[in-house]
Design a protein. Sequence first.
Length: 232
Amino acid sequence: MKLFLKVLCIILLLACVFLSAVTALEYRPEATEALTVNGAADGALREGDSLRVLSWNIGYGALGNNADFFMDGGKMVDTADEGRVWQNIESIAGFAASVEPDVLLLQEADRDSTRSHHIDETAALAEAFPGTARTFANNFKVAFVPYPLPPIGKVDSGLLMDASVPTCRSLDQPYIGTHRGPDHDFASDGFQYYAIDGFIVSDNVTVTRLETLDQAFVATDHNPVMLEAVLN
């Protein structure tokens, strides 16, 4: 019995050390992070021009219509094999390129994650958009997610932006909004705010079109949303 208790204590201690190390190494961005801009936009944008922006949560290429994801009430953790991830990414890239956005905003784009078989989706998607300025900002990066069973594992994921006009942000920082006062800092009031499948726009643009583009959730669990606006 004493041997069993010793072994159990050692196992629990090692588990605590492992979880502490994983937690300590989890990505925690600073209030403002400088981003690397890759490539150069070959377009131009002037006052009065129309701007087309496509926003799409791509579900890290693994949440197509075959997925029964456990966080959505299903039973699957590994929701797509490598071939299906490639199929989904190619479908996403093909459709996004076909609608010719000036700016492409993708969420949940993986670079080196267990859940998407360590495919660099950002590189694969970049091939569909030559002549653009590109930034990537991590919003989920951890060496190992230990739950559920089987565990999610390593995650390196974030936000990808491709712009054919010189509008590419080089900083990743919280937005200061006016919805709750002119100086309200959404990042520091204890709540999380999301613009899911939609947009927050500034006063210097006039929205002329906002449309969900039905893709029947074949390649991802979200539909893309197209915004067209004119710069005032």
